[in-house]
Design a protein around this ligand. Structure first.
Ligand code: ATP
Length: 235
Protein backbone atom coordinates (compact mmCIF):
# COMPACT_ATOMS: atom_id res chain seq x y z
CA UNK A 1 0.00 0.00 0.00
CA UNK A 2 2.66 2.46 1.11
CA UNK A 3 6.27 1.98 0.05
CA UNK A 4 8.89 4.48 1.17
CA UNK A 5 12.43 4.18 -0.18
CA UNK A 6 15.54 6.12 0.80
CA UNK A 7 13.53 8.96 2.31
CA UNK A 8 15.63 11.89 3.48
CA UNK A 9 13.97 14.84 5.17
CA UNK A 10 14.70 17.85 7.31
CA UNK A 11 14.03 21.50 7.91
CA UNK A 12 16.20 23.94 5.98
CA UNK A 13 19.79 23.02 6.86
CA UNK A 14 18.67 20.64 9.61
CA UNK A 15 18.95 17.08 8.37
CA UNK A 16 16.66 14.66 10.27
CA UNK A 17 16.02 11.45 8.29
CA UNK A 18 18.83 9.45 6.66
CA UNK A 19 17.53 7.49 3.68
CA UNK A 20 14.94 5.44 5.53
CA UNK A 21 12.81 2.75 3.87
CA UNK A 22 9.60 1.22 5.13
CA UNK A 23 6.31 -0.21 3.93
CA UNK A 24 2.73 -0.69 5.09
CA UNK A 25 0.52 -3.37 3.60
CA UNK A 26 -3.28 -3.51 3.45
CA UNK A 27 -4.78 -4.63 6.74
CA UNK A 28 -1.68 -3.91 8.83
CA UNK A 29 -0.90 -1.85 11.88
CA UNK A 30 2.74 -0.84 11.51
CA UNK A 31 4.30 0.85 14.53
CA UNK A 32 7.22 3.25 14.42
CA UNK A 33 8.92 3.39 17.78
CA UNK A 34 11.75 5.56 18.98
CA UNK A 35 12.89 8.06 21.58
CA UNK A 36 12.25 11.81 21.55
CA UNK A 37 13.72 13.59 18.52
CA UNK A 38 14.38 10.32 16.67
CA UNK A 39 12.56 11.80 13.65
CA UNK A 40 9.20 10.01 13.90
CA UNK A 41 7.03 13.09 13.37
CA UNK A 42 9.32 14.33 10.61
CA UNK A 43 8.89 10.98 8.86
CA UNK A 44 5.07 11.26 8.99
CA UNK A 45 5.20 14.86 7.78
CA UNK A 46 7.42 13.88 4.86
CA UNK A 47 5.04 11.05 3.90
CA UNK A 48 2.01 13.33 4.13
CA UNK A 49 3.81 16.11 2.25
CA UNK A 50 4.07 18.82 4.88
CA UNK A 51 7.85 18.82 5.36
CA UNK A 52 9.31 21.22 2.88
CA UNK A 53 12.61 19.52 2.22
CA UNK A 54 12.56 15.82 1.40
CA UNK A 55 13.88 13.39 -1.19
CA UNK A 56 13.48 9.70 -1.94
CA UNK A 57 10.61 7.65 -3.26
CA UNK A 58 7.10 7.49 -1.77
CA UNK A 59 4.62 5.20 -3.46
CA UNK A 60 0.99 4.99 -2.36
CA UNK A 61 -1.37 2.46 -3.94
CA UNK A 62 1.14 1.95 -6.76
CA UNK A 63 1.42 5.65 -7.57
CA UNK A 64 4.55 7.81 -7.07
CA UNK A 65 3.42 10.65 -4.83
CA UNK A 66 6.62 12.41 -3.77
CA UNK A 67 5.70 15.37 -5.99
CA UNK A 68 1.99 15.26 -5.14
CA UNK A 69 0.93 18.19 -2.90
CA UNK A 70 -0.15 17.26 0.62
CA UNK A 71 -3.86 18.01 0.17
CA UNK A 72 -3.97 15.77 -2.90
CA UNK A 73 -2.33 12.95 -0.93
CA UNK A 74 -5.26 13.24 1.49
CA UNK A 75 -7.61 12.91 -1.48
CA UNK A 76 -5.86 9.66 -2.41
CA UNK A 77 -6.60 8.27 1.05
CA UNK A 78 -3.33 9.01 2.88
CA UNK A 79 -4.33 10.86 6.02
CA UNK A 80 -2.36 12.04 9.06
CA UNK A 81 -3.69 12.58 12.57
CA UNK A 82 -1.14 15.01 14.01
CA UNK A 83 0.56 14.93 17.39
CA UNK A 84 -1.22 17.00 20.10
CA UNK A 85 -4.52 16.50 18.22
CA UNK A 86 -4.41 19.99 16.60
CA UNK A 87 -8.18 20.35 16.81
CA UNK A 88 -9.89 23.65 16.14
CA UNK A 89 -10.66 24.40 19.82
CA UNK A 90 -13.25 27.13 19.20
CA UNK A 91 -15.21 25.02 16.76
CA UNK A 92 -17.70 22.37 17.76
CA UNK A 93 -17.05 18.66 17.48
CA UNK A 94 -19.37 18.53 14.48
CA UNK A 95 -17.50 21.40 12.78
CA UNK A 96 -14.16 19.68 13.44
CA UNK A 97 -15.51 16.52 11.82
CA UNK A 98 -16.73 18.54 8.84
CA UNK A 99 -13.23 20.03 8.46
CA UNK A 100 -11.87 16.49 8.18
CA UNK A 101 -14.09 15.81 5.18
CA UNK A 102 -12.81 18.74 3.10
CA UNK A 103 -11.99 16.93 -0.14
CA UNK A 104 -14.62 16.00 -2.70
CA UNK A 105 -14.39 12.22 -2.20
CA UNK A 106 -14.88 12.56 1.57
CA UNK A 107 -17.77 15.00 1.11
CA UNK A 108 -19.57 12.49 -1.08
CA UNK A 109 -19.23 9.85 1.65
CA UNK A 110 -19.92 12.27 4.52
CA UNK A 111 -23.00 10.58 6.02
CA UNK A 112 -21.61 7.08 5.66
CA UNK A 113 -18.31 8.09 7.31
CA UNK A 114 -20.10 10.07 10.03
CA UNK A 115 -22.15 6.98 10.93
CA UNK A 116 -18.99 4.87 11.09
CA UNK A 117 -17.20 7.44 13.22
CA UNK A 118 -20.07 7.84 15.70
CA UNK A 119 -20.29 4.09 15.92
CA UNK A 120 -16.60 3.88 16.82
CA UNK A 121 -16.71 6.90 19.16
CA UNK A 122 -20.23 7.01 20.66
CA UNK A 123 -19.12 9.66 23.17
CA UNK A 124 -18.87 12.17 20.31
CA UNK A 125 -22.58 11.75 19.62
CA UNK A 126 -23.41 13.53 22.89
CA UNK A 127 -20.74 16.15 22.30
CA UNK A 128 -21.63 17.20 18.75
CA UNK A 129 -22.31 20.82 19.69
CA UNK A 130 -19.61 21.21 22.32
CA UNK A 131 -16.46 23.21 21.58
CA UNK A 132 -13.63 20.76 20.95
CA UNK A 133 -11.31 22.72 23.23
CA UNK A 134 -13.63 22.14 26.20
CA UNK A 135 -13.39 18.36 26.17
CA UNK A 136 -11.01 16.14 28.16
CA UNK A 137 -7.70 15.05 26.65
CA UNK A 138 -9.06 11.57 25.88
CA UNK A 139 -12.20 12.96 24.23
CA UNK A 140 -10.10 15.37 22.19
CA UNK A 141 -7.94 12.49 21.00
CA UNK A 142 -11.07 10.63 19.93
CA UNK A 143 -12.26 13.72 18.09
CA UNK A 144 -8.86 13.99 16.34
CA UNK A 145 -9.01 10.34 15.25
CA UNK A 146 -12.62 10.82 14.16
CA UNK A 147 -11.71 13.92 12.13
CA UNK A 148 -8.97 11.87 10.41
CA UNK A 149 -11.47 9.11 9.61
CA UNK A 150 -13.87 11.67 8.11
CA UNK A 151 -11.24 12.21 5.39
CA UNK A 152 -12.04 8.66 4.27
CA UNK A 153 -8.51 7.24 4.61
CA UNK A 154 -7.22 4.00 3.16
CA UNK A 155 -4.17 4.45 5.35
CA UNK A 156 -4.19 6.58 8.48
CA UNK A 157 -0.96 7.81 10.09
CA UNK A 158 -1.44 8.50 13.77
CA UNK A 159 1.18 10.49 15.69
CA UNK A 160 1.50 9.78 19.44
CA UNK A 161 -2.21 9.29 20.15
CA UNK A 162 -1.69 8.39 23.80
CA UNK A 163 0.57 11.27 24.78
CA UNK A 164 -0.54 12.75 28.10
CA UNK A 165 -3.56 10.47 28.54
CA UNK A 166 -4.55 8.57 31.71
CA UNK A 167 -3.72 4.81 31.71
CA UNK A 168 -7.34 3.70 31.18
CA UNK A 169 -7.74 6.06 28.23
CA UNK A 170 -4.39 4.89 26.82
CA UNK A 171 -5.77 1.34 26.83
CA UNK A 172 -9.01 2.48 25.12
CA UNK A 173 -7.06 4.38 22.48
CA UNK A 174 -4.99 1.31 21.55
CA UNK A 175 -8.22 -0.71 21.29
CA UNK A 176 -9.66 1.96 18.97
CA UNK A 177 -6.57 1.80 16.76
CA UNK A 178 -7.19 -1.95 16.45
CA UNK A 179 -10.83 -1.29 15.54
CA UNK A 180 -9.70 1.14 12.84
CA UNK A 181 -7.48 -1.58 11.35
CA UNK A 182 -10.41 -4.02 11.60
CA UNK A 183 -12.48 -1.55 9.55
CA UNK A 184 -9.94 -2.24 6.77
CA UNK A 185 -7.99 0.96 7.18
CA UNK A 186 -4.23 0.37 7.36
CA UNK A 187 -2.49 2.17 10.23
CA UNK A 188 0.99 3.66 10.54
CA UNK A 189 1.28 4.35 14.24
CA UNK A 190 3.99 6.52 15.79
CA UNK A 191 4.28 5.87 19.51
CA UNK A 192 6.64 6.11 22.45
CA UNK A 193 4.69 3.43 24.31
CA UNK A 194 6.61 0.49 22.85
CA UNK A 195 5.06 -2.21 25.03
CA UNK A 196 1.45 -1.37 24.14
CA UNK A 197 2.26 -0.69 20.49
CA UNK A 198 3.89 -4.08 20.07
CA UNK A 199 0.77 -5.70 21.55
CA UNK A 200 -1.38 -4.45 18.68
CA UNK A 201 1.09 -4.03 15.80
CA UNK A 202 1.61 -6.52 12.98
CA UNK A 203 5.11 -5.16 12.35
CA UNK A 204 7.29 -2.40 13.76
CA UNK A 205 10.27 -0.22 12.89
CA UNK A 206 12.58 1.37 15.43
CA UNK A 207 13.89 4.80 14.50
CA UNK A 208 17.03 6.13 16.19
CA UNK A 209 18.44 9.55 15.26
CA UNK A 210 17.04 9.44 11.75
CA UNK A 211 17.98 5.81 10.98
CA UNK A 212 15.88 2.66 11.08
CA UNK A 213 17.89 0.44 13.41
CA UNK A 214 15.49 -2.49 13.88
CA UNK A 215 12.47 -3.91 12.13
CA UNK A 216 10.32 -7.02 12.36
CA UNK A 217 7.21 -8.50 13.86
CA UNK A 218 6.62 -7.91 17.57
CA UNK A 219 7.83 -11.47 18.21
CA UNK A 220 11.02 -10.83 16.27
CA UNK A 221 11.68 -7.58 18.10
CA UNK A 222 11.01 -9.22 21.43
CA UNK A 223 13.62 -11.85 20.58
CA UNK A 224 16.34 -9.23 20.01
CA UNK A 225 19.08 -9.13 22.62
CA UNK A 226 17.97 -7.51 25.85
CA UNK A 227 20.57 -4.77 25.53
CA UNK A 228 19.32 -3.75 22.10
CA UNK A 229 15.70 -3.84 23.18
CA UNK A 230 16.42 -1.74 26.24
CA UNK A 231 18.56 0.74 24.30
CA UNK A 232 16.12 1.30 21.49
CA UNK A 233 12.64 0.55 22.69
CA UNK A 234 12.87 0.65 26.44
CA UNK A 235 11.57 -2.91 26.85
P1 ATP B 1 9.06 13.56 19.59
O1 ATP B 1 8.54 12.27 20.07
O2 ATP B 1 9.80 14.35 20.62
O3 ATP B 1 8.03 14.38 18.83
P2 ATP B 1 10.16 12.68 17.07
O4 ATP B 1 10.83 11.37 16.97
O5 ATP B 1 8.79 12.81 16.51
O6 ATP B 1 10.22 13.19 18.56
P3 ATP B 1 10.79 14.92 15.39
O7 ATP B 1 9.71 15.78 15.96
O8 ATP B 1 10.64 14.39 14.03
O9 ATP B 1 11.13 13.72 16.36
O10 ATP B 1 12.13 15.76 15.47
C1 ATP B 1 13.38 15.29 14.93
C2 ATP B 1 14.39 16.43 14.97
O11 ATP B 1 13.96 17.47 14.09
C3 ATP B 1 14.58 17.05 16.33
O12 ATP B 1 15.95 17.27 16.53
C4 ATP B 1 13.82 18.35 16.24
O13 ATP B 1 14.42 19.34 17.02
C5 ATP B 1 13.94 18.71 14.77
N1 ATP B 1 12.77 19.47 14.31
C6 ATP B 1 11.48 19.09 14.40
N2 ATP B 1 10.66 20.03 13.86
C7 ATP B 1 11.45 21.03 13.41
C8 ATP B 1 11.21 22.28 12.75
N3 ATP B 1 9.98 22.68 12.43
N4 ATP B 1 12.29 23.05 12.47
C9 ATP B 1 13.53 22.64 12.77
N5 ATP B 1 13.84 21.47 13.39
C10 ATP B 1 12.82 20.68 13.72
Amino acid sequence: MLVVEDLEAGYGDIHVLNRISLSVKQGEIVAVLGANAAGKTTMLRAISGVVVKSSGKIQFLGQDIERTPGHERVGLGLVQVPESRRLFPHMTVRENLEMGAFHAGAQRKFSQNLDRVLDLFPILQDRTNQFAGQMSGGEQQMCALARGLMADPKLIMIDEPTLGLAPLVVEQTFQLVKQIRDADIAVLLVEQNAVKSLEIADRAYVLERGDIVMTGTPQELNQQGEELRRAYIGL
